[in-house]
Design a protein around this ligand. Sequence first.
Ligand code: AMP
Length: 113
Amino acid sequence: MSDCIFCKIIKGDIPSTNVYKDEHVTAFRDINPVAPTHILIVPNKHIDSVDVMIVDDEPLIGHLFTVAKELAAKEGIAEGGYRLVVNTGAESGQTVFHVHLHLLGGRQMRAMG
Ligand code: AMP
């Protein structure tokens, strides 16, 4: 998607602080972190949101979680615990319409709401 900011980051057209990359996934630090660790884990394939995922995307989405777990260990937040968030749709707070998993940790989280 030519006008998608995360597609541009994945292609390297926009600078980002990458922490992981493979054939399927790119992970980089959120530009506006809300926790000491705030990483976005993004499929290299453009998918607008979870709401338009198809069954064939299941291995890819599962891979996002495996990468999140590995990054949590690398960041030193696995033991204390971390939060994984996928906003889906405008009312959820999704602002970038390219599926992404937020990895948040390094501080005590409050209840969701
Ligand atoms: P969401 O609100 O769930 O769609 O999350 C989008 C996230 O992308 C927000 O936390 C933004 O701070 C983050 N973001 C937007 N633009 C960039 C960028 N150029 N580099 C890194 N993170 C970004």
